[in-house]
Design a protein around this ligand. Structure first.
Ligand SMILES: [Fe+2]
Length: 262
């Protein structure tokens, strides 16, 4: 499996608080069946002041430490970016860490507040998409607005946002409402990936394999693999990316506008 969301990089957020803790998390992840983990520290201006540049040296050091442990686990650096005006400024300065590429655009893992979908979210997504970013909404199933009505996420999906569910929501470990919302989003076919969002070995351990089993039972093995392996693999470049499908209406308009003699 490929995990697009975890907090193993030590000392930079509320995830691993020491190098041994980080190595222990990576070890648990590898034993759970993950072969590539994208490390996604919080990028939360004012609370976790991380940027692509500020995280780079720590990431290189951690990857080197991991190499000495001989784990069958590759890592790359991403980030979990809080939806804030200051985060958009980081985008302008090319300081947002990204997970990889989807349909030619850089995937930014975007975290909404838990309580609601802010009114400014749609403009922020449009701002990011205009600059070549593809927002992937982190754990929408834990957003209270979406929990009340999963259809509340659809305007963001229609804008082009990808969705990432948390493995512990899919397995029911985050409670019935998060499970119910996860299943509604999965039933609607709007989920791109399931990831661990692991922070520690006690309350939020890396446990994607259980989610993959739940997905396989309910949606079939192909769907389970797509959500935990194929789509994440495409994002990190392990599988080929595909171009963004052309909007048929826009294509017709362009063809009409450029047709000879039109
Ligand atoms: Fe997270």
């Amino acid at each position: 499996m490929i995990d697009l969301h975890c907090h193993y990089l030590p000392f930079v957020d509320d995830g691993a608080d020491s190098l041994p803790a980080a190595i222990a998390l990576a070890t648990a992840s590898a034993y759970d069946g993950v072969r590539h983990a994208v490390l996604t520290p919080h990028v939360f201006p004012g609370q976790w002041d991380n940027t692509k540049s500020s995280l780079a040296a720590g990431f290189v050091a951690f990857r080197a430490a991991l190499k000495t442990s001989n784990l069958p686990l590759e890592v790359s650096l991403g980030g979990e970016v809080r939806l804030l005006p200051e985060s958009l400024e980081l985008a302008e300065r090319d300081e947002l860490p990204t997970l990889g590429i989807w349909e030619g655009q850089r995937v930014v893992l975007l975290e909404l507040p838990d309580a609601h979908i802010p009114a400014g979210a749609y403009n922020a997504v449009a701002f990011l998409m205009a600059r070549g970013y593809r927002p992937m909404i982190a754990h929408p199933e834990r957003n209270k607005d979406v929990m009340r009505d999963p259809r509340r996420i659809m305007p963001l999906v229609q804008q082009g946002c990808l969705l990432q569910l948390t493995a512990a929501s899919v397995t029911g470990q985050f409670g019935a409402p998060a499970l119910k919302t996860s299943l509604a989003l999965l039933d609607a076919g709007v989920v791109t990936a399931v990831a661990s969002d692991a922070h520690n070995l006690t309350h939020r351990p890396p446990r994607m394999s259980m989610a993959r089993e739940v997905l396989a039972v309910r949606y079939g093995v192909d769907a389970a693999m797509t959500l935990t392996e194929f789509n994440p693999g495409r994002i990190i470049g392990m599988l080929p990316d595909e171009p963004r499908p052309v909007d048929p209406q826009a294509a017709t308009a362009t063809a009409t506008a450029t047709a000879p003699g039109a």
